[in-house]
Design a protein around this ligand. Structure first.
Ligand code: NAD
Ligand code: DAU
Length: 336
């Protein structure tokens, strides 16, 4: 089976490539990635020489790049991880989000159709559903009500996939997952940022009152869910994927401090994110009951493994927190 993974140099894409090459002997993967600030070939260190793996630099918004990769060899499936992914950046400049997550998704759909690829997996997010009140969980029939430019652009991509399914018979499935954590996550996101700052005894910025709730899933469980949907999902359908570990951000931060043996005095409450969604929680019963997927990791074990990974990889952490990241951090957090 030959797969094209877009965005495979990012956090989840790189974990997916590692997961698939380890799980299956008959899988070949081409990683197609534009290498934005979030794309990092160090995330794939150790597998560059693997015969079943190849990297091609390319942009999903560029039809010439897409045609070149599809002309080079046939694929059994395309998995679209490529995206602009950070909500806070989308609040500063939505342009790249619309370009990659909306126009790029359409360009990929067009290329997949023209090159008759049997299946497209659109990797999406629970954020397209907007925010929950105190009760209930997102199901696949929850209306799309995105509340920030990132989630609006992801909802746009999902709608374009849906339209291609209905109008042109595209074979596509959409996954909508909750908040991932694990190795190789860019330290702009909550968990790696808190771990990296705490290791350096720096302030830990918590937005607003810290009582916003996210539903955390270990990245490898998300990868297994995507594999399951790619192989067994019904064309045109949506599958939610979640970890069923929904707790307030402040609890996550305090857990990390406890495991690192660092003081809670590092916590610094800062101005809230505009339009901040209050609560996410996923109902994964569809993928569990229809496709037989279950998360295999507990939060407690996975957060310990994640902390151990960041501790064991100081060079990766130092590299990702240099260059553009320094200016980003200053702009995002100074005087907040
Ligand atoms: P990431 O920001 O770590 O990586 C994104 C990757 O996409 C990078 O390697 C980047 O270089 C690449 N990319 C960006 N624009 C591109 C373009 N125009 N052409 C080709 N490559 C491009 O993101 P992630 O956290 O790994 O997320 C991957 C996917 O999973 C995204 O679609 C995201 O919406 C979705 N998702 C993420 C989470 C999460 O918690 N991180 C949860 C649910 C869904
Ligand atoms: O739900 C899935 C989504 O999860 C993905 O689609 C997104 O790509 C991914 O970035 C993530 O979005 P969030 O906005 O939920 O993740 P983030 O890690 O940015 O923030 C998690 C929570 O922590 C959120 O409530 C904001 C808060 N936060 C975040 C940062 C970076 C803080 O309190 N302080 C921070 O410094």
């Amino acid at each position: 089976m030959k797969l094209l993974v877009t965005g495979g140099a990012g956090f989840i894409g790189s974990n997916f490539i590692r997961f698939m090459l380890k799980r299956y002997d008959d899988v070949e993967i081409v990683n197609f990635d534009a290498l934005t600030y979030a794309g990092n070939l160090e995330n794939l260190a150790g597998i560059e020489d693997e015969k079943r793996y190849a990297f091609v630099r390319g942009d999903i918004t560029a039809r010439a790049d897409l045609d070149a990769i599809f002309d080079a060899s046939p694929f059994d499936a395309v998995l679209n991880f490529a995206a602009e992914t950070h909500v806070d950046r989308s609040l500063v400049d939505a342009g790249p989000f619309v370009s990659t997550n909306v126009a790029g998704t359409q360009a990929l759909i067009d290329a997949v159709q023209q090159h008759a690829v049997p299946r497209l997996v659109q990797v999406s997010t629970d954020e397209v559903y907007g925010t929950l009140g105190p009760d209930g969980r997102f199901t696949e029939t929850t209306p799309l009500q995105p509340n920030n430019p990132y989630s609006a652009s992801k909802a746009g991509g999902d709608c374009l996939v849906r339209a291609a399914v209905r109008c042109h018979g595209l074979d596509a499935v959409i996954t909508r997952c909750s908040n991932n954590f694990g190795p190789y996550q860019f330290p702009e996101k909550l968990i790696p940022l808190i771990i990296a700052n705490a290791l350096e005894d720096k302030d830990l910025p918590v937005y607003g009152d810290g009582m916003q709730i996210r539903d955390w899933i270990y990245v490898e469980d998300h990868c297994a869910g995507i594999d399951c949907v790619m192989r067994n999902g019904i064309a045109g359908e949506v599958y939610n994927i979640g970890g069923s570990y929904d707790v307030p951000n402040l609890e996550i931060v305090k857990t990390i401090l406890r495991l690192l043996d660092k003081p809670e005095s590092l916590i610094t409450f800062v101005t809230d994110r505009p339009g901040h969604d209050r609560r996410y929680a996923i109902d994964s019963s569809r993928i569990e009951q229809e496709l037989g997927w279950q998360p295999a990791h507990t939060f407690d074990a996975a957060i310990q493994d994640t902390i151990d990974w960041y501790r064991a990889n100081p060079d990766w952490v130092a590299h990702t927190r240099s260059g553009e990241y320094v200016a980003y951090y200053e702009k995002m957090y100074a005087g907040r």
